[in-house]
Design a protein around this ligand. Sequence first.
Ligand SMILES: C[S@@+](CC[C@H](N)C(=O)[O-])C[C@H]1O[C@@H](n2cnc3c(N)ncnc32)[C@H](O)[C@@H]1O
Length: 770
Amino acid sequence: MGKFRGKRRKDKNKDQPKGRRNGENRNDGESYVATIIDHGNYKMEAYYAAQGLHSTKWTDATLTSCSNWDEFEAERILWRASATQILPASFRYAKDIPSTLREKCENEMNDLLQVVRNELSVEVVRPLRFLPHAYQLGVDRSMIRKDPNLKAFFEWVKLQNLAGFITRQETVSMVPPVVLQTQPGDCVLDMCAAPGSKTSQILERLGLEGSLIANDNNAKRAHMLVSQLRRIVHMNPNVLVTCCDGQFFPSKILQFDRILCDAPCSGDGTSRKNIGVWKTWSQAAALSLHTLQLQIAWKGAANLLKVGGYMCYSTCSNNPMENEAVVAELLRKSNGALELVKVNLEGFKTRPGWTSWKVFCESQTQRESKNKHKKNIAKTLAKRSEWQEKEAEASNDGEVVAATTRAADVENPAISDEPTVEDKARLPESKDDGIKERFQPTSMDEDYLIEMAKKSGLEYWPTYDDVPEPFRGRVRPSHFKPTEEEVATFHLHRCVRCLPHDNDTGGFFVALIRKVGDISVADRQQRDDLDSQQPENKRARLGEKESACKQGPRLDDAGERLVKGNQVRDENGKSIQGLGKDDFVPVEDSILNELIDSFGLTESNFQKDLIMTRASGESKIIYYISRPIKNIIDKGIQSKVTVINSGLKAFVRSSLDGTSMYRVCQEAAHFLVPHMTKRKFVANIADFEKCLTSERFIQIASFSDDLQSQIRELSIGSFILILDGYEDELQHKMVVTLWRCRTDRVDQLVAQMERDAIVAKVRSIREASL
Ligand SMILES: C[S@@+](CC[C@H](N)C(=O)[O-])C[C@H]1O[C@@H](n2cnc3c(N)ncnc32)[C@H](O)[C@@H]1O
């Protein structure tokens, strides 16, 4: 099947790079998807052509202007072909795995890929030179999953990912942390952090002296962020996850050395993985997101960034409204206190930021466009259910229907890729105001392209003065290009644009801003010119939000907290996810003394105040908080924002009958070991491996003599084994937590996935020493 697909690819996609398929052959087998991509989005394509997205091209290593129609059209077709292909997978190795292990993994990967290279003649992987030990594949995600030649490699990737040795991350998503150049010891804020791929990458650079606040205004997504950060190998106590609207993040508590503002955006650069972009693109979204992006970024740069600090602003949008227009307004408002810094990404083709752009806006009023959209959705749904009914009827009759043949047609050359009538019927109504044809320009003349964009339902105004009154809410002065004088001082060309066909990635925008001077309090508070134009009720709502970053525990009429178990609930008993979580508080003395006594946490080197809990009374979970995060807690952050999570689980109240009420947790074991004088032993590699690979219970008699006698002397309860030679290299986490049972055996306290990761590390150490 894989071979056949390769052949078909060749026929259908002569101009595509080997190993890649465009939307027509997307592996989800859906010609429905192919139809959407084939149809494209007239308005989006016309808009970007008029903006000049296709006016430059790479020739070898030089970016030049397209000097004639043929060059322009070739560039446009390249962009379109790439923007519709499925994105290739990319990943990076974790920074904190031992280098011997990384080398072994890299060798393993190369061996596996050599087979594929021979079989498919495809260059399967290329290193990303701007980030050491990061790779991008030359085959797309779905092909990796399905092509038999790649099966072994796919299994390998899954395993490495589970073990936490590699992190799958989109290539362009690796760019902002590289650009931000976080230094060990920095205090960093990630303003819009969920789901957290960039947060993890920043954390890996930060070292144990630094601190990172990872914030997101969406509680559910902030919880996803916590899960992402808890991936076994990367657990790091130096991060505090908060849930707060970035525009209102408190500025009086902390100032940051580095800020990442990876702003919420229209995401039209993600068209390769998010097919919805081709259906739903609208300029209205970009125009209104501009305001939110500006407010979040201004809060970051003006209020939260130290003088001398850096802020990276990024989006996965191609739209200048969300990119250069935001950056230009930040520079304008700062009166010289902010400046753009040149960005260099080695071995990666980037294009300079734009210094000029055009402002378009949908010609319908918002109400009209909402109504039309509603009608379109209703029509599409009606067509879809009609189609589903037909499909059900046909399958009842035993007929082979298009939906089921769609998967099979990949193997059957007789079946055409042409969209079926049903497919066409299922095409969502585009918002192109009736334009159903494919965007196909015949000239690169600027006025002609503007007319094409207007034909798609967009209005165009060269300056803000030309904007008619009814549009002045949606279109704002800050959307417009800078004046000539501003162009000379802003250096917008220092921003970086990534186009999909330049490096076979998603579309992306990134800018690095340095704060070179203070911004006056009056300027800092001036949120933006729109605020003064907001109606009274909206202004009041914004004011309310200012104090809403701390979603305190809800109280009932009698002032009692509405808590059930460990969960805060609303008046109807429904749980309030992530809100009103208890603050971190010191552990009660009686509990702390018990822990000190049980585990020999000697007072001379043990910093009691780093052991904290979240609930009052007899805490179930006790956390190890790092010193930099404890300092932030001491400054009062918890009174200003909702803290979702921080620290590592150090002790959990045990349901088993041990001598201590608490058992030690694997998560923080490597931080606790240096402070423990009891219940820890050094084990040789054979004993250590036995604890990871055996069944749950291990007979004490199966260990070496020394270890046997040490364990037998222990009272019932948890303890830690450290791999011999790693006592001073605890960052590699070669430790396991175990339970000394009542009978002559021990029980494992480590989750299977983490055990697998440690086993992989042990094996690589063994192989390296041979
Ligand atoms: C582009 S995503 C961030 C992706 C993330 N940086 C990563 O690398 O995984 C934008 C995030 O901003 C969050 N967001 C939206 N509005 C926000 C606001 N006003 N303040 C803070 N976060 C916001 C969204 O919930 C979303 O998770």
